[in-house]
Design a protein. Structure first.
Ligand SMILES: Nc1ncnc2c1ncn2[C@@H]1O[C@H](COP(=O)(O)OP(=O)(O)OP(=O)(O)O)[C@@H](O)[C@H]1O
Ligand SMILES: [Mg+2]
Lengths: 351, 285
C-alpha cells in the first residue's frame, strides 16, 4: 500500500524512515481507539462463549448427582416422584410431552407456514404480500405468556366445547388396529385411543396447537425468503415446457428444500424450548398417554413449574438433569438448522 | 457443416411500408402444401404497459427451416419470440394484439391450452437453466409433467432426447449427477434435450450460444442444422456469422418493426433496405 507512491517515483532520493512521522498525538489516540474497539469486540465474543460454556458446565455440575445416581434409568422411567426418601425420577413422560406437542405443532404448523409463504411469494398481489408478511411476523412479537393467557381463556374452552367433541365423536367409534390394552384390561384400538378420556381442553392437543401458532412466523418467514430466491430463469424454463403453476411451485419448493428443512428445524427448536404458553394449556401431569385429550407435561414445563419446590439435593439434581437434556435437544436441533441454512447461504454467495 | 440451402424465396414477407421491389424476383416454386408455414404473425403489436415494444409485425416462418431474428439490442426480438409460446402471459401489463397462428391454430384464442402450446413450442433461453435435479430428471421433467409414467418409457425417451441433443455419449454414465455439474455448453445442450423431450414441432431459441465458447457454439449450430430436418426453429442471434451459418431465412428488426425478411443470403448480400445493409455490415447496432 505504502509502496505505491515510492515505486512510481523511483528516481527520487529514498526518504528516511521517519518520512511518515512517528505519529502525532491525534494518530496515537486514533490507533488506541482501534485497539480498544477491537479489544472490546473480542471481549464481547469471549464473554458470550464464556456464558454458553458456563451454562453448560453449571448444568452438568448441577445434574452430576442425578447423572451418577440415576444415570440412563432417567430415560426409561416415566415416574416422577419427588417425595424425599421414596423419590424416583424419570424424564420419559416429559420427553414424551415435549415430543408429542412438538410433533403436533409441526404437523399443523409446517403445511400452514409453507402455504402462507407460497401465498406471499407466488400468489398474493404486491399490495397484499407486504401486509400479510408483516402480520405473520407480528405473531413472533407477541410475548409467550400472552399466548398462554389467550390459550387458557379462549382456545382451551373453545377446544373443549366445540372442537374436541367433534373429533371425539368421529374418532371414538373407529377401531382399526389393536394396539395392546389399558391397565384396566380393556383393549386399545387405533385411532380410538387417540381420543380416550373425552374432551378436556387442557391436553396435548391444546399444547400442540398453541405451539403451532408460535412456530408459524419463523417457518413462514424463512420459507418466504427461500422461495423468493427461486431463480426466474428456472421458473421460466418450467413454464416454457408447459408446466402449470402448481408444478412450477413444486419445483420452487424442491429448489428450496434445504432451506425449508432448516426453517422447520428452527421452528422445532422453538417448540422444544417453549415454556410459558404450554404449561398454561397442557394440564401439567406426568403421564404418558396416547390420547390427545390427556393432560401431560413437557421438559420445559416441569422445570418452570417445580423449580421453587426442589428442596432436596437429588430432586434439584434431577431438575438440572432435565434442563441438560432439554438444552442438548434444543442445541442439536438449532445447530442442525443453522447448518442447513448456512449451506443455502453458501450456495447463494457462490452463485 | 454445409451452408443452408436457399431454394426459394416464399419467405419474403409483407407488411412493411417499403415498396417491394423484390416482388418480381420471387419465383414461387414451393409446392402448394397446405401448411408451408409453421408460424404466421399478422399485425402483431406488443405493449408493456403504455409503451409499445412491437409495431405491427407481419411475418411468416417456414416449416422445417431455421429462421434467424436479428437486430440491435432492444428491438423486440425476445418480445416477439416470447409471444409465440405465450411466455409474455407471465409479465404483468404485457398486452399482445394482432394474431399469431402456429400450424394454423390461433395462439391467442381463448380456447388455446397454453400448457399444450408451450409443450409443442419448446423454448431455449439465453442462459442455460438446468433444474436443480439430476441430468436424467431434467430431461424427464417435461415428460413427467405431461403425465408420462413408466420407467422404461421415460428412460427410452430421455435417451432419445439426449441423443438428439448430442449429449448422450458425454453423460450416459452419469445420468444421476446434478445438471448443474455440467459445463456451460453441456448445460445448454441439456436444456435443448429437455425441450426436445417434450416432442415439440417448433423450437424457439433466444441467443442460445451467447454464453458459450466457439467450440460449444459449433456443436449447437451443428445440432440446429440437424434438428431442422424435423422441426421448425426460430433463433435470435446477435452473431451475424451464426445467422449465416445456420439460418435459411433471416428477419431483421429495428425499433420494434420488421424491416426486412427473406432468404439469409439475400438479407446479407443484397438487402432491399439500406438499414438492413448497414446493420449486417456492422455499421450500427
Ligand atoms: N418485462 C418488460 N417490461 C417492460 N418493458 C420491457 C420488458 N421486456 C422488454 N421490454 C422492452 O421492450 C423492448 C424490446 O425488448 P426485447 O427484450 O424484446 O429486446 P431484444 O431485441 O430481445 O433485445 P436484446 O437483443 O438486447 O435481447 C425494449 O425497449 C425493452 O425495454
Ligand atoms: Mg433479447
Amino acid at each position: 500500500m505504502m509502496g505505491g507512491p515510492e515505486a512510481m517515483n523511483s528516481t527520487a532520493p529514498v526518504q528516511s524512515a521517519g518520512h511518515f512521522g512517528t505519529g502525532n498525538r491525534q494518530n496515537i489516540r486514533r490507533r488506541m481507539l482501534d485497539t480498544a474497539t477491537a479489544g472490546a469486540a473480542w471481549g464481547a465474543v469471549l464473554l458470550t462463549l464464556g456464558i454458553l460454556l458456563t451454562i453448560f458446565v453449571v448444568l452438568v455440575h448441577g445434574s452430576w448427582m442425578g447423572l451418577t445416581q440415576i444415570g440412563w434409568r432417567f430415560f426409561t422411567s416415566q415416574a416422577w416422584n419427588p417425595v424425599p426418601g421414596k423419590d424416583h425420577y424419570g424424564v420419559l413422560a416429559f420427553l414424551y410431552g415435549t415430543g408429542v406437542t412438538t410433533f403436533i405443532a409441526l404437523l399443523a404448523g409446517v403445511p400452514l407456514s409453507i402455504g402462507t409463504a407460497v401465498f406471499i411469494v407466488r400468489i398474493a398481489p404486491c399490495w397484499m404480500a407486504g401486509p400479510v408478511s408483516f402480520l405473520v411476523e407480528l405473531l413472533a412479537a407477541i410475548p409467550s405468556v400472552a399466548y398462554g393467557l389467550w390459550g387458557c381463556f379462549v382456545m382451551s374452552p373453545w377446544l373443549q366445547n366445540h372442537v374436541e367433541p367433534m373429533i371425539y365423536a368421529s374418532l371414538h367409534p373407529i377401531r382399526l388396529i389393536p394396539v395392546g390394552q389399558y391397565p384396566s384390561g380393556q383393549k386399545a384400538y387405533f385411532p380410538s385411543n387417540l381420543v380416550r378420556g373425552g374432551p378436556s381442553g387442557t391436553d396435548f392437543l391444546a399444547g400442540g396447537l398453541i405451539l403451532t401458532i408460535m412456530i408459524l412466523p419463523i417457518i413462514t418467514a424463512i420459507t418466504r425468503d427461500v422461495l423468493a430466491q427461486f431463480p426466474a430463469e428456472i421458473e421460466h424454463g418450467a413454464y416454457g415446457l408447459g408446466a402449470t403453476w402448481w408444478q412450477t411451485t413444486r419445483l420452487a419448493l424442491d429448489y428450496g428444500r434445504v432451506g425449508i428443512c432448516g426453517a422447520i428445524l428452527l421452528g422445532m427448536g422453538r417448540a422444544i424450548g417453549e415454556t410459558m404458553a404450554v404449561i398454561m394449556v397442557i394440564g401439567n401431569t406426568d403421564r404418558i398417554s396416547a390420547s390427545l385429550f390427556a393432560g401431560g407435561q413437557t421438559m420445559a414445563g416441569v422445570l418452570a413449574n417445580e423449580f421453587m419446590e426442589a428442596d432436596h439435593p437429588l430432586y434439584l439434581s434431577a431438575m438440572f438433569y432435565v434442563a441438560l437434556v432439554l438444552m442438548v435437544s434444543a442445541l442439536v436441533t438449532n445447530l442442525a438448522a443453522r447448518g442447513l441454512l448456512s449451506r443455502i447461504r453458501g450456495n447463494l454467495t457462490r452463485a | 457443416m454445409a451452408p443452408p440451402q436457399v431454394t426459394d424465396m416464399v419467405g419474403r414477407l409483407h407488411g412493411h411500408s417499403l415498396p417491394a421491389p423484390a416482388a418480381k424476383t420471387i419465383p414461387i416454386t414451393a409446392p402448394a402444401k397446405p401448411a408451408a408455414y409453421a408460424i404466421e404473425m399478422e399485425n402483431l403489436e406488443v405493449f408493456y404497459g403504455k409503451q409499445r415494444a412491437v409495431h405491427g409485425v407481419n411475418l411468416r416462418v417456414r416449416r422445417n427451416e431455421v429462421t434467424a431474428f436479428i437486430g440491435p439490442s432492444g428491438c423486440g426480438k425476445t418480445t416477439i419470440l416470447r409471444c409465440l409460446n405465450r411466455m409474455n402471459d407471465l409479465i404483468p401489463h404485457c398486452q399482445v394484439r394482432g394474431s399469431i397462428k402456429i400450424h394454423g391454430a390461433d395462439v391467442y384464442s381463448r380456447r388455446t391450452d397454453v400448457m399444450e402450446l408451450r409443450k409443442r413450442t419448446g423454448m431455449v433461453f439465453q442462459k442455460a437453466n438446468p433444474f436443480p435435479r439430476s441430468i436424467f430428471e431434467n430431461v424427464a421433467y417435461p415428460l413427467r409433467i405431461h403425465g408420462v409414467r413408466g420407467k422404461h418409457v421415460l428412460a427410452a425417451k430421455v435417451e432419445q432426447a439426449l441423443r438428439a441433443a448430442g449429449l448422450w455419449e458425454e453423460v450416459k454414465d452419469r445420468l444421476h449427477v446434478s445438471g448443474a455439474a455440467l459445463s456451460g455448453g453441456q448445460q445448454q445442450r441439456l436444456c435443448i434435450a429437455r425441450a426436445l423431450a417434450a416432442d415439440p414441432d417448433v423450437l424457439l431459441m433466444d441467443e442460445p450460444c451467447s454464453a458459450l465458447d466457439p467450440i460449444a457454439t459449433k456443436g449447437i449450430e451443428a445440432l440446429i442444422n440437424q434438428l431442422c430436418q424435423t422441426i421448425t426453429i426460430v433463433i435470435v442471434t446477435h452473431n451475424m456469422h451464426q445467422a449465416v451459418r445456420v439460418a435459411h431465412q433471416t428477419a431483421f428488426f429495428y425499433m420494434g418493426s420488421l424491416i426486412e425478411s427473406g432468404p439469409t443470403d439475400k438479407i446479407f448480400n443484397t438487402p432491399d433496405h439500406p438499414q438492413t445493409l448497414a446493420y449486417v455490415t456492422g455499421q450500427f447496432g
